[in-house]
Ligand binder design. Structure first.
Ligand SMILES: [Mg+2]
Length: 281
């Protein structure tokens, strides 16, 4: 059984800032401070952590448990309106190719699709509602499960195991996100990690977090299917090498799918050319 967990913001949809606006509204209502979210890095963190940080940015101190509950309620109450505003302004977008990709995976034997998101459960459903993608997901791990993303993912896998009435090996779990935090959380839990670069992640941080697969979006499904082990890699699994551009060290690169080997070969030729030129040979 393969478990595929999807992050929401920047991976499935972009809600046009609806979450930040709803949180700003809630913090403003409670502390009188506007735009508290401007001071908080929301992407890739759990809602729980974001709510605390936004309240702190607005109120100047950590919220009490009661205040956090009130803030959460205000956020959830406001979110549908903000999502609708994004839809109306045509700022609510699905990540390219995601619909087809999910349709391709859905109902496939031996595959279960779930959510692995920092959003609260209610928030997740509200944000996904206009996309029509909710029908693909039978379970999930949410921001209300834990502050820590890796625990959110583990919770999703526990729920999948319960549904499937089977134990699930970490090596059969694939996490798809858009930030380095998704990758780090996946690695921490011992799961596979893939990233869409067209989301909200910082490309440099994503690169450094070293996911197994990076792709702009889901417009080309094949690399994703190969990574998931659902299709055969036409070139086979091989090991390639590349030369680090600004050092004399030749690094080993373990091409998991082998699909990037041609690029690596071309890269090596180019870099050797540049090195030869710089050395004046
Ligand atoms: Mg995200």
């Amino acid at each position: 059984m393969k478990i595929i967990l999807f992050d929401i913001d920047g991976t499935l949809v972009k809600a046009g800032g609806a979450g930040a606006r709803a949180l700003n509204f809630a913090v403003h209502a409670m502390t009188g401070h506007k735009n508290a979210c401007d001071k908080v890095q929301l992407q890739g963190a759990t809602d729980k952590a974001n709510f605390e940080n936004a309240y702190k940015a607005g109120g100047g101190r950590k919220p009490t448990k009661g205040e956090l509950e009130e803030l959460t309620q205000k956020y959830v109450d406001r979110l549908p309106l903000e999502v609708l505003a994004s839809v109306k302004a045509k700022k609510y977008l699905k990540v390219k190719g995601v619909e087809k990709f999910l349709a391709r995976l859905s109902g496939r034997e031996g595959v279960m699709l779930g959510l692995g998101t920092g959003n609260l459960r209610d928030g997740a459903f509200i944000k996904l509602e206009p996309s029509g993608l909710l029908k693909h997901f039978a379970f999930g791990g949410y921001g209300c499960d834990s502050h820590h993303r890796s625990e959110v993912l583990q919770k999703a896998v526990q729920r999948a195991a319960k549904l499937a009435k089977a134990s699930i090996r970490p090596g059969d779990v694939y996490v798809i996100g858009d930030t380095h935090r998704d990758v780090e959380a996946a690695k921490e839990a011992g799961y596979h990690s893939g990233v869409v670069l067209d989301g909200f992640g910082d490309p440099e941080l994503v690169m450094r977090s070293n996911p197994e697969l990076m792709a702009k979006d889901f417009s080309a499904i094949k690399p994703w299917l190969i990574w998931l082990g659902l299709e055969k890699d036409p070139r086979g699994v091989r090991r390639g090498t590349y030369i680090c551009p600004d050092s004399p060290i030749e690094h080993a690169h373990y091409g998991r799918t082998g699909m990037d080997l041609r690029d690596i070969d071309l890269g090596i030729k180019k870099l050797r050319e540049i090195k030869r030129k710089t050395a004046g040979k």
